[in-house]
Ligand binder design. Structure first.
Ligand SMILES: Cc1ncc(COP(=O)(O)O)c(C=O)c1O
Length: 375
C-alpha cells in the first residue's frame, strides 16, 4: 500500500539560528534534563531501529525509527517531559498537588512523576479521551476529572480550578507568562536526541520527520539537534490534515489558531494552536510542513506490526505512525522527493512517538488495517 500526503508547504522564512533556539529552550534546562533523567530507576535508552524494508523499497541509505514505545513503562516520549517537570517543580515539597490537562500520554507522564515522588495529582481530560487512557492514569493514583467539550475546555477547567486551589499546573503548552514549565518539559524530550547521538553518527542525519500537536516535541527535537549535532538536517513537520496549526502558522508567518471541525484519530496531535515557545523555534527552524489523512493510520499501524516496513515487528500507536506515512507519501511523489533531496545517500530519522499506550484502540486499528491491506 502506498501513502500520499494531503498538503505540503515550504517555510520561506527558514533561518536556523542555534543561539535563538537555545535561548527559547534554555541550554541549562537541557543540560539538567539529560543529566537528571538517566539517573531515574528503570531508565534505559529506547532503541533506534532501521526500517530496512522501507529503505530497500525506496533505495534510501538509512531510515531510522526511534522507538518511543519502549519509553519506561509509559510507552511514549511524553514520559520524558511531564515527569521531569514534576521533579523540578516539587523540589522535595511533598505537600504540593500537581495538575494538568491532557489527551492521555502527557497526563500519564505527570501522574507517573507525581507517584514517583509521592505527591498528589489531578488530571483533566476531555470527552475525547478514552476510558482506557483515563484508567491508566488512575492506576498511577491520579485523580482524573472529565470535562465536557474538547481538549481546550479541559485545559481551561484545569487552569481555573488549579488557580483557585493553588495546585501547580504542569502543562506541556506555553502561553504568555507560562513558559518555564513547558520549557522543562521540552528539555526532557531533548534526551531522545542525546541518545540518538550515542546510537549513531548524528552528524550524518539528513532529514528528520517530526509529528506535531502543539509543537513541543518537534521544537524540542530541533533544539536537541542544535545542542548535540554539528550538522543541521532538514526538518519536516507532520500534522493531521484536520489539525494543522503549525502548517497554517508557517503559511501565515504568524501563530494561527485553527478551528478543528473533526477531531483527528491522532488524538495527541489534534491541537488548535502552537505552544508559544514551540512557535519561537519552529517558525525559523522547520524547513517543510505537511499533513496526512486519518485514513492511513490503521494501514500504517498494520504495516509496522506485520513486518512489512522492517524485519522487526514494531508496535506503534496512532501518533507513532504519521512520520512513516509522510515519508512514504513524499517518496511516492518524485517532485517532492527531489525537492527534499531524499536519495540513496540520505539518512532519515523518524520519531516513533508512541507504542501501545491504548491497547484496545491499538488492536481495533490493527484489525481494520490488516483488512485494508488485504483488499
Ligand atoms: C502521543 C503524542 N502526543 C502528542 C504529540 C504531539 O506532541 P506536541 O503536542 O508536543 O507537539 C505526539 C506527537 O506525535 C504524540 O505522539
Amino acid at each position: 500500500m502506498n501513502f500520499n500526503i494531503t498538503s505540503f508547504l515550504e517555510n520561506v522564512n527558514y533561518k536556523f539560528r542555534k543561539e535563538n533556539i537555545l535561548t527559547s529552550l534554555p541550554e541549562k534546562f537541557i543540560d539538567d534534563a539529560v543529566n537528571v533523567i538517566p539517573k531515574w530507576k528503570t531508565y534505559a535508552f529506547t532503541s533506534l531501529k532501521n526500517l530496512d524494508h522501507l529503505e530497500n523499497k525506496f533505495n534510501i541509505k538509512n531510515i531510522f525509527y526511534k522507538d518511543e514505545g519502549e519509553r519506561f513503562d509509559l510507552k511514549s516520549f511524553k514520559a520524558l517531559g511531564g515527569a521531569f517537570a514534576v521533579d523540578k517543580i516539587a523540589k522535595n515539597r511533598k505537600s504540593i498537588t500537581v495538575a494538568t490537562a491532557t489527551a492521555g500520554n502527557h497526563g500519564r507522564s505527570v501522574a507517573w512523576g507525581a507517584k514517583r515522588l509521592g505527591i498528589k495529582c489531578k488530571i483533566f481530560i476531555s470527552e475525547n479521551v478514552s476510558e482506557e487512557r483515563a484508567n491508566e492514569m488512575r492506576k498511577l493514583d491520579a485523580d482524573v476529572i472529565r470535562v465536557s467539550g474538547n481538549y481546550e475546555n479541559s485545559l481551561q477547567a484545569c487552569i481555573k480550578e488549579s488557580t483557585e486551589k493553588n495546585w501547580e499546573i504542569v502543562q506541556d503548552v506555553s502561553w504568555d507568562n507560562y513558559k518555564t514549565v513547558p520549557q522543562l518539559i521540552m528539555a526532557g524530550y531533548t534526551l531522545m536526541v542525546k541518545e540518538i547521538a550515542e546510537q549513531t553518527d548524528i552528524n550524518s542525519i539528513t532529514h528528520v520527520f517530526l509529528q506535531a500537536g502543539v509543537g513541543g516535541m518537534a521544537a524540542a527535537v530541533i533544539a536537541g539537534f542544535a545542542k548535540f549535532s554539528k550538522n543541521i538536517p532538514c526538518f519536516i513537520i507532520v500534522e493531521p490534515e484536520t489539525a494543522d496549526c503549525v502548517f497554517q502558522s508557517i503559511k501565515n508567518n504568524k501563530s494561527t489558531k485553527i478551528d478543528i471541525k473533526k477531531e483527528s484519530l491522532m488524538g495527541g496531535m489534534s491541537c488548535e494552536s502552537v505552544s508559544t515557545i514551540a512557535w519561537e523555534i519552529l517558525k525559523e527552524s522547520s524547513n517543510f510542513c505537511c499533513t496526512v489523512s486519518d485514513d492511513y493510520i490503521a494501514p500504517a499501524i498494520a504495516l509496522l506490526n506485520q513486518k512489512e516496513i522492517s524485519k522487526d515487528k514494531i508496535i506503534s500507536g496512532e501518533c507513532g505512525v504519521p512520520g512513516v506515512i509522510a515519508l512514504d507519501g513524499i517518496l511516492n511523489d518524485n517532485e517532492l522527493k527531489s525537492k527534499l533531496k531524499i536519495n540513496s545517500e540520505s539518512n532519515v530519522l523518524l520519531i516513533g512517538c508512541e507504542g501501545l499506550t491504548d491497547e484496545s484502540n491499538y488492536y481495533e486499528f490493527l484489525e481494520k488495517g490488516i483488512k485494508e491491506l488485504r483488499k
